[in-house]
Design a protein around this ligand. Structure first.
Ligand code: SF4
Length: 260
């Protein structure tokens, strides 16, 4: 299998990203496995830049407070999560399935599920998003994959988890809405670009799915799991997603420069 690369000019660094040549048609959601490591590369670059300003990431194994927040997934990442769960050993799988189911019931009872699902489809201002996130956090719904304060699916965690690191003292994180919290200011938003590509291929509005709703969402959207990209288009689709991630990152950087 030969390797092509794509040059991506991110605000953090220029990245030569490898694009493995496809040897056949590929399921769309599986492109996540090829493209999501970009988040880790950019996080590494961001950490190195922060270090030049004497700033260190304060996130530590065993903390996990951020795993009590709403984790947004693109449709292919929801399929990835369903795949990860399906491969768990039986006993663990049953525990995780129960935790997912409990979380969805609690979101529904609190009247939060529908507004969260409509958030991206219908658009919302920053204050509405913040308020929904605040209500979600208040429910203390921990991610079903959090075990003893650490991520039990670390190599397969979604893009948003990879893009989130904190530079401020970790004791401030007990309230994620504390204005003193300083995140590593990365510009990568991979979830959004996956969602837009999915919507183009499916001819549907883009969607963002709360992680705890991933399994139910996949069950009612099985066409996402079976969406196949013909061999001749696989590299084109990967390039399109990566170029969109990069363009959006530069847009975010420009917006930040305008903000005093
Ligand atoms: S997937 Fe892992 S890192 Fe992400 S919220 Fe869940 S436990 Fe935390």
């Amino acid at each position: 299998m030969s390797l092509h690369t794509i040059e991506l000019d991110f605000p953090e660094a220029i990245i030569e990203y490898p694009l493995a040549e496809s040897d056949g048609a590929q399921l769309f959601w599986k492109l996540v496995y090829d493209l999501i490591p970009l988040c880790d590369i950019l996080t590494e670059k961001g950490v190195a830049i922060a270090a030049t300003f004497d700033k260190q990431v304060s996130c530590r194994a065993g903390c996990g407070v951020c795993c009590q927040q709403m984790v947004p997934l693109s449709p292919p990442e929801a399929a990835l999560i369903a795949d990860v769960v399906s491969r768990l050993p039986e006993k663990r799988r049953m525990e995780v399935l129960n935790t997912f189911s409990d979380a969805v019931s609690r979101l529904s009872e609190a009247g939060l599920l529908e507004p969260l699902l409509a958030l991206y489809r219908e658009g919302a201002d920053a204050e509405t998003v913040r308020e929904l996130n605040r209500r979600y956090f208040a429910l203390s719904i921990y991610c079903p994959f959090l075990v003893d304060g650490s991520c039990s699916i670390y190599p397969w965690r979604p893009s948003r988890c990879r893009e989130y690191s904190v530079l401020s003292p970790s004791d401030l994180c007990s309230n994620p809405f504390n204005p003193g919290i300083r995140q590593l200011p990365l510009t990568v938003k991979m979830c959004e670009s996956f969602s837009i590509e999915w919507s183009t291929l499916m001819n549907r509005p883009p969607e963002i799915i709360p992680l705890v709703y991933a399994l139910e969402w996949v069950e009612t959207n099985l066409s996402t799991v079976s969406l196949e990209i013909p061999e001749k288009d696989v590299e084109k689709v990967k390039r399109r997603i990566l170029e969109r991630v990069c363009a959006r990152a530069n847009e975010i950087a420009r917006e930040r420069m305008k903000t005093p």
